[in-house]
Design a protein around this ligand. Structure first.
Ligand code: ADP
Ligand code: MG
Length: 551
């Protein structure tokens, strides 16, 4: 066929496919969830584009998903009447890796010796279908277009794209058909009970009807297709929420926190948000984008509306507004006062929910803190309004060896101690042997040991907790004298004052302009000296990080 054009996969795709084909990964079920989720995305996009162009749906089939097993042909087809793909989209979307999660997966794969364990953890989108199929044919018509295209691949190095046959073009009036030629050991996916089992387990929350089209009998809907967040809390179980989280967030772990409520009043909206219990790969991408989905009256609008501040970007879920207009433009997303109001209210609610969790379910709070502390702490210098709340939410590893809140720290203040002390560095181990701890140690004073890169930033703002300033042991003057020593000093008596003055003069002379000042300090007990930053300059650790970044 002269109209057939061959294309190579992007190198990472080939790598991924190689793994899919040779994978001994046993939980192949996830391929169906991936394809159904793509079909659902396509229906979402269609419904969104049809707001401005109703003719795209017109009298045609409403957006839905069909699953069609065919035992004679050995094929399983996942069809959707969604947005569809034109020729170039087929080439771009099904020939490269667009998802950052999948990209990260491939990178991990390069590091790992055996990548199969990683598949289940991440879900690798469309390409996961090659776990169960040795040949895949995609037939697609972009909504409103005349041309219908066929994409074909047996994995390996590449794929072919050609105009669809007349029959195919007649059948596919809008959207996409994915035809999987199942491998011999994957024929079980032709059984309707298998299909139903997987859809119920993973895709029950998909909002569009998923129709099972059996070889005999009538097509029937096999998902409940309800917008779960619109239902009342009392009808829902923990398992319902767990399933919803996995399907909405595309996640494999359990949620560590679930927040479901409806705001009524000037603005009405439903909120269903989750905090994951594990760290996703793209948490530290420079764009710091959140993924909370904005719906308006059950219609998906965008997951790019920054519905929460960047330091809560790990939160997943849905906000569904009753009053916003459906045709929200990009500009409106940024400037709409109602959205701003929703943002503010939901942010406050998420933080108070985290506070309550810390109180009532510390195990799950600890999971969230362990995974996302470095992100949440960005809020300490970005969200002035909520800084105090975030400070009391924070947990720190201290010289006590435990993870403690500042409230706990303050409860353990020593006699005459009026400040909260911290040290910033690369690792707890290295910090522990830091000579600047000596004076504190001798007095039994607890010190926060801060090792996240972000710690150097938020600590550079002069913060207080409960009226006690936070002070870096590597900066400025710290007067430990009023706090009684509880451990004996390693040295004998301190040197007489005259000697001190002479020594200091000598050191000042030899160091010259390299230092601003040389002082006697009470912060050391066994080491002879240490370098500190001036009280008013930037923290030494911040200086170090800034100079690394400038390189
Ligand atoms: P993701 O869904 O995370 O983007 P996938 O690997 O699952 O990654 O899919 C890659 C891309 O292929 C999608 O982003 C989409 O653009 C396109 N695509 C896949 N399936 C469909 C479909 N049924 N209809 C329209 N586009 C699709
Ligand atoms: Mg996908």
């Amino acid at each position: 066929d002269t109209a057939t054009v061959s294309h190579s996969f992007q190198a990472e795709v080939s790598e991924l496919l190689h793994l899919m084909v040779h994978s001994v990964y046993s939980e192949t079920d996830i391929f169906l969830r991936e394809l159904v989720s793509n079909a659902s995305d396509a229906c979402d996009k269609l419904r969104y584009e049809a707001i401005a162009r109703p003719d795209l749906i017109g009298e045609g089939e409403p957006p839905q998903i069909r699953i069609i097993p065919n035992k004679a042909a050995g094929t399983l087809t996942i069809a959707d009447s969604g947005i569809g793909m034109e020729r170039q989209e087929l080439i771009d979307h099904l020939g490269t890796i667009a998802r950052s999660g999948t990209k990260a997966f491939v990178q991990k794969l390069a590091e790992a010796k055996d990548g199969t364990g990683l598949i289940g953890q991440f879900g690798v989108g469309f390409y996961s279908a090659f776990m169960v199929a040795d040949r895949i044919v995609v037939i697609s018509r972009r909504a409103g277009e005349n041309d219908v295209w066929t994409w074909t691949s047996s994995g390996g190095a590449g794929f072919e794209v050609a105009p669809a046959s007349e029959d195919d073009a007649k059948r596919v009036t809008r959207g996409t058909e994915i035809v999987l030629h199942l491998k011999d050991d994957a024929k079980k996916y032709l059984e309707t009970y298998e299909i139903e089992r997987i859809v119920t387990a993973y895709s029950d929350n998909i909002q569009f009807p998923i129709m099972l089209v059996p070889e005999e009998g009538e097509p029937r809907q096999i998902n409940s297709a309800s917008a779960l967040w619109q239902r009342s809390k009392s009808e829902l179980t923990a398992e319902d929420y767990s399933k919803a989280y996995k399907s909405i967030a595309h996640a494999f772990d359990e949620p560590a926190m679930t927040l479901h409520y409806r705001a009524e009043g000037r603005y009405s909206y439903a909120v269903l948000l989750f905090a994951p219990s594990t760290k996703p790969f793209d948490l530290f991408e420079p764009a710091r984008k959140g993924k909370v989905k904005l719906y308006v009256r059950r219609v998906f609008i965008t997951d790019d509306a920054d519905l929460l501040p960047a330091y809560l970007r790990f939160i997943r879920g849905v906000i569904d507004s009753e009053d916003l207009p459906l045709n929200l433009s990009r500009e409106m997303l940024q400037n709409n006062p109602q959205l701003a109001q929703i943002r503010k209210a939901v942010t406050t609610r998420v933080i108070s929910e985290l506070e309550q969790l810390a109180d009532k379910d510390p195990d799950n709070f600890d999971k969230i803190w362990a995974a996302f502390a470095a992100v949440i702490k960005e809020g300490l210098y970005e969200d002035f309004e909520r800084r105090d709340k975030l400070l009391s939410l924070a947990r720190f590893t201290t010289t006590s060896g435990e993870r403690r809140s500042l409230k706990q720290y303050v409860e353990g203040l020593k006699e005459n101690q009026t400040e909260i002390y911290f040290l910033v560095g690369d690792s707890i181990e290295r910090l522990k042997s830091n000579p600047r701890l000596e004076a504190a140690k001798a007095r039994g004073v607890e010190v926060l040991l801060l090792t996240d890169p972000v710690d150097a930033f938020w600590t550079s703002a002069r913060l207080e907790f409960d009226g006690k300033p936070l002070k870096s042991l590597s900066q400025g003057d710290i007067d430990f004298d009023p706090i009684p020593v509880t451990e004996p000093k390693a040295d004998d008596e301190a040197q007489p004052a005259a000697d001190e003055a002479n020594t200091i003069a000598l050191i000042k002379d030899s160091l010259g302009e390299h230092v601003t000042d040389v002082k006697v300090s009470t912060r050391l007990t066994t080491s002879a000296s240490c370098l500190v930053a001036g009280s008013h300059g930037p923290d030494r650790e911040l200086e170090r990080i800034l100079s690394q970044q400038a390189r």
